[in-house]
Design a protein around this ligand. Structure first.
Ligand code: PGA
Length: 240
């Protein structure tokens, strides 16, 4: 069986002051693998570049230039040497009312500008309880990737919304089931095999069990990644 290279993406979200981020950068200086993706708050991005790990941004605008005060252009991001962008994180969907239509445009804009796009999908607690998980995930993927045929640079992060920042995670079988579904949906779009990450309360103690799930090609880590030593434990488990 073809084994995909594993990925660890660290989403630092809107955390840390500048002195704290300088210390963080020093603490992770020994990381050396391009499949480690550090995703800081955008104002700090330049300080993470030209290291032996990859850098991503947490979101992009879909327009390339112009009157979009406060936004990050995919072209600007790519021209700085950033390799990845998250798109469709549930916090963007929730706090900024991002619809699948907007997310679809962002995925396209990211890919057009040579960024690898980590597209986040996931169900709410209520949807899971109503057995709608599979329908929700399939619908999000089909809508978010509408009219996009080259999925070579797309990575899907399965992030159950109820698992983000809560300490709760689905059972291994449930993660496996959704991951297989995602891979099937993608294969039906264009036959390609793309990485599927798991995200939601990943930490230095549960990582062993998560990464044992064969269908998972890596993790998207939020709060645990704010602590360099926890992040390193996770990286050592995933990329060993
Ligand atoms: P968490 O966040 O690890 O803090 O649950 C994950 C994410 O939002 O990507």
């Amino acid at each position: 069986m073809y084994l995909m290279e594993k990925i660890v993406a660290a989403n630092l979200k809107m955390n840390k002051t500048f002195p704290e981020i300088q210390e963080y950068i020093r603490d992770i200086n020994d990381l050396s693998n391009e499949n480690i993706v550090i995703i800081p708050t955008s104002i700090y991005v330049p300080y993470f570049l030209n290291k032996n790990y990859s850098v991503g941004v947490q979101d992009i605008e879909y327009n390339e230039f112009g009157e979009y005060t406060g936004s990050l252009s995919p072209k600007q991001v790519s021209s700085m040497g950033v390799k990845y962008t998250i798109v469709g994180h549930s916090e963007r969907r929730k706090h900024y009312n991002e619809t699948d239509d907007i997310i679809n445009k962002k995925v396209e804009a990211g890919l057009n500008n040579n960024l690898k796009v980590i597209l986040c999908v996931g169900e709410t607690k209520e949807q899971r309880e109503n057995n709608q998980t599979k329908d929700v995930i399939e619908k999000e993927i089909l809508n978010d990737l509408k009219s996009i045929s080259n999925l070579e640079n797309v990575i899907i992060a399965y992030e159950p919304i109820w698992a983000i920042g809560t300490g709760l995670i689905p059972k291994a079988d449930e993660i496996k089931e959704v991951s297989l579904l995602i891979k099937d949906v993608i294969k039906n779009i264009n036959g390609s095999n793309i990485p599927v990450l798991y995200g939601g309360s990943v930490n230095d103690t549960n990582i062993k069990d998560i990464i044992r799930i064969e269908e998972i090609d890596g993790v998207l880590v939020g709060s645990a990644s704010l602590n360099p030593s926890k992040l390193k434990v996770i990286i050592n488990e995933v990329l060993k």
